[in-house]
Design a protein around this ligand. Sequence first.
Ligand code: EPZ
Length: 429
Amino acid sequence: MDRIRIRGGNRLNGEIHISGAKNAALPLMIASLLTDDTLTLRNVPRLADVTLLMRILGNHGVDISVDGKRAGTNGIQGDTMHLTARTIVDTTAPYEMVSRMRASFWVLGPLLARCGEARVSLPGGCAIGTRPVDMHIQALQALGAEVEIDKGYIVAKAKKGLKGDRITFEKVSVGATHAALMSAVLAHGETVIENAAREPEIGDVADCLIKMGALIEGLGTSTLRVQGRDRLHGATHEVLPDRIETGTYAMAVAMAGGDVHLLGARADLVGNVINVMEQAGVSMSPTNQGLRVSRNGAGLKPVSVTTEPYPGFPTDLQAQFMALMTRAEGTATITETIFENRFMHVQELARLGADIRLRGDSAEVHGVTRLRGAEVMATDLRASVSLVIAGLVAEGDTMVHRVYHLDRGFERLEKKLGACGAEIERLAS
Ligand code: EPZ
């Protein structure tokens, strides 16, 4: 397994190009199941999760090419993807695939809406929490589907098609909102989704569905109103820039010091993060081409944050911000409200010399004046990148193991940071 070695101490200066958002690209690819025409996606990030989903969709019969070449097994090389689900040849998503990537569970709604049946493995828990799918099921049942669990699989049927209705979620879920939306667009009549997630990636998928002929109102609000259509058609859509990658590199610059232009980043997607970073003493200013991040000289001020659904502070930046706060001049409290087990990075940051005390769903981070390199590993991609951020200022070498987590969500991370002056390299196993 590959490892990444970082020698701390260098400031970051230069430009980093922000890739398309993983968490928009995945559901957008899944939306291709809703039409027998071709869906073209531009700005698709070259990530392991994207390659895996290509394989999963291929299993259902989706024909996929990238930059004009048929999808191979060596990972994705270009960023324009054509997906054509002319015929769905298999409505089953097997355990071997869904267990490797939770988002593949999201094929359930589109397969059901298009084919009247779907059999999708339950994803199981993962490193950041139990992550149930009860609200996905609730959404499909509200639209008239019969749902049962059989040998670890969700079996959903709607032989006469789905029927629009009201879906009221008791809490905010990104995945359940995607499921409701992608099912409602092909249901008969009107569906109203209440307490919908407002993450920008939901808006991006809705924009694409509208280009495919869907009728959706209420974008950006927590009530979405969908008029079902008999069929959707092909479209071309550009994946929005990754706000989590944007925030991650902003935190890397804040940690190492320096001045970096994040090309293609959109300030409107990271408003809350900009606020928090400015309180910490980091400058983040929008430019014509993206966002400029800098921290010169002055120390980091401690800032306490609580993760919340968008537009609150994202859980997907919690680990990275915690890494940053390990060097703040004082104590910051970081509270995680979305996932119950998303503190796996705490023990690893401690190996680098961080002083963090866990109290239930909060972590008290007492800033230290120095971190020291060590061997570390983490169990999810955001936790892994938090260790890279810490490694940027740790004295000596930090060796991050299990790099496959990073490859799931960060495109060419070591090249992007290396080009800005970080001493970072990938060591092949
Ligand atoms: C999405 O996961 C993202 N994944 C996650 O990104 C992100 O952390 C999360 O949203 C929160 O922003 C993708 O977009 C591919 P949820 P999702 O349903 O949809 C509970 C990353 O690092 N819940 O919004 O699975 C759930 O347990 C990741 O890129 C139920 O109780 O998250 C959690 O506590 C990992 N029942 C909360 O809701 C359900 O049926 C929010 O989860 C569904 C969810």
